[in-house]
Design a protein around this ligand. Structure first.
Ligand SMILES: [Mg+2]
Length: 373
C-alpha cells in the first residue's frame, strides 16, 4: 500500500456547551476546535482533533487554522508511517503550537494503527485489561451553585469530582470546598484545580486549610512558570500537587520532577503536541515513580477516544478526566468511546482510533483541503 500523504483536510468546527464552562481564567460557551484529516495513497485516512484554549495554549482556532495550512504543506508527500520524522518536522518549523500539532499527530497515529489493523491502544502496546472511569468537573461558580452541581453529579453516579477553584481571595475556595465536602459526604473522591489562580500565600493558606477535606490532589495552584513557588508548595502542601499548565513537554516534566516541583503530572495531548510526545512524558514520570492523570480541554468524543486509547496503554495513569464530551450539546462523532452508567469509559476493538466525524456535521463548516499536485 502507498503510504505517502496525498491530502490533508483542515476543518474548524464549533460545538456549543450545555452551559458555560468556567475556570479561573474565564468562561467558555462554545468549543471551537480544529479537525485534521490526513489521507494516504488512494484513500485510507486518519483523523485528529484539537481544542486551542487560548488562555492556556496561547493559541486560537484562527491561529491553528493558519498554522495547519503551513504544517500540511510540510507533511504532504511524506510517508505517514514515519511518525517521529513528521513530528520532528513540525517541531523544527514551529515552536509551540502544541494544540494544532496534536491534531496532526493524532491523525497519524489513527492511520498507523489502521495500517497495522490494531485498535490504537494495542498499537501503543496496551493490553486492554485496564479499566477507566471518568471524573466530572464542576465549574468555578458561587458556593451554592457548586454544591448543587456536586450533588447532581454525585446523584448521577460519577466516581469522582474535579472542582475548579483559583478564586481570590482563596478563602472563598476553602468555603466552597468545605461546603461541597459536607454536602457529598466523606466517601466521594474530590480533586481540585486552581488553574494558576492563586499566588503563593493564598495557595499555601488554602491548601493547609483544606488538609482535612480528603482531597486527592491539586492541579496548578500558582502560575505554571513559577517554579520556585511550585517547589515550595510541593514540599509543604498536605494535598499532593499535580503539574498541569507547568508541564507541556517531556522536557518540562523532567525539569519539574528533577526540581521536586510536583508529585503528579496531568498529561493532555493538546499540551504535549500529541501522542508521540505524551508517551515521552509518561516515560519520564514512570522513571520518576510519579503517577499521572489524563485530562482534556473541550474536545469532542473523537479526541477523547484517542486519549482513552493512550490512557489504556499506561498503568501509572491512574486519574482520568475525560468529561469534555459530556458538556457538549452535539455529539458529532461516529464510533469511539461509550460512557457506561457507572461512568466507565469503554472502547470497542475497532482499528485505529475507531471514531470519525459525521460528514454532514463537518460539511456545515468551511473546509480547507490541501492535496499533492
Ligand atoms: Mg488543570
Amino acid at each position: 500500500m502507498k503510504t505517502q500523504i496525498t491530502k490533508i483536510e483542515i476543518t474548524p468546527i464549533e460545538i456549543p456547551l450545555h452551559e458555560p464552562f468556567v475556570i479561573s481564567k474565564g468562561a467558555l460557551s462554545v468549543a471551537k476546535n480544529t479537525v485534521i484529516r490526513i489521507t494516504i495513497g488512494e484513500g485510507l485516512s486518519g483523523t485528529g482533533e484539537c481544542c486551542s484554549y487560548r488562555s492556556i495554549h496561547a493559541e486560537t482556532q484562527e491561529g491553528s487554522i493558519a498554522a495547519a495550512q503551513k504544517i500540511a504543506a510540510l507533511l504532504l508527500g511524506k510517508d505517514a508511517r514515519e511518525i517521529r520524522k513528521c513530528v520532528r518536522l513540525m517541531d523544527q518549523h514551529f515552536v509551540g503550537n502544541a494544540s494544532i500539532k496534536c491534531a496532526f499527530d493524532m491523525a497519524l497515529y489513527d492511520l498507523n494503527a489502521q495500517l497495522c489493523e490494531l485498535p490504537l491502544y494495542r498499537y501503543l502496546q496496551g493490553d486492554g485489561t485496564k479499566t477507566i472511569h471518568t471524573d466530572m468537573t464542576i465549574s468555578l461558580l458561587s458556593k451554592e451553585a457548586m454544591v448543587e452541581k456536586a450533588l447532581q453529579y454525585q446523584g448521577q453516579g460519577f466516581p469522582a469530582l474535579k472542582v475548579k477553584l483559583g478564586d481570590r481571595p482563596s478563602r472563598l475556595d476553602v468555603d466552597r470546598m468545605t461546603a461541597i465536602r459536607e454536602a457529598v459526604g466523606s466517601e466521594l473522591p474530590l480533586r481540585i484545580d486552581a488553574n494558576q489562580g492563586w499566588n503563593y500565600l493564598e495557595a499555601s493558606s488554602a491548601l493547609h486549610q483544606m488538609a482535612h477535606l480528603d482531597i486527592e490532589h491539586c492541579e496548578a495552584p500558582v502560575s505554571g512558570t513559577n517554579f520556585i513557588d511550585l517547589k515550595k508548595l510541593n514540599q509543604e502542601s498536605p494535598i499532593p500537587i499535580m503539574g498541569d499548565e507547568s508541564i507541556f513537554s517531556h522536557q518540562d516534566a523532567y525539569r519539574m520532577l528533577a526540581h521536586d516541583c510536583v508529585n503528579l503530572i496531568n498529561i493532555k495531548l493538546g499540551k504535549s503536541g500529541g501522542i508521540n510526545h505524551a508517551m515521552k512524558i509518561a516515560s519520564v514520570a514512570e522513571a520518576a515513580g510519579v503517577d499521572c492523570q489524563v485530562g482534556c480541554f473541550s474536545e469532542s468524543r473523537l479526541a477523547i477516544t484517542a486519549l482513552t486509547h493512550f490512557a489504556k496503554a499506561w498503568d501509572h495513569i491512574i486519574y482520568h478526566d475525560l468529561d469534555s464530551p459530556l458538556m457538549q450539546v452535539d455529539d458529532p462523532v461516529i464510533g469511539g468511546i461509550s460512557y457506561q452508567p457507572d461512568w466507565e469509559v469503554t472502547l470497542d476493538e475497532s482499528v485505529g482510533i475507531g471514531a470519525s466525524f459525521d460528514e454532514a456535521f463537518l460539511n456545515r463548516f468551511d473546509q480547507i483541503s490541501i492535496a499533492a499536485s
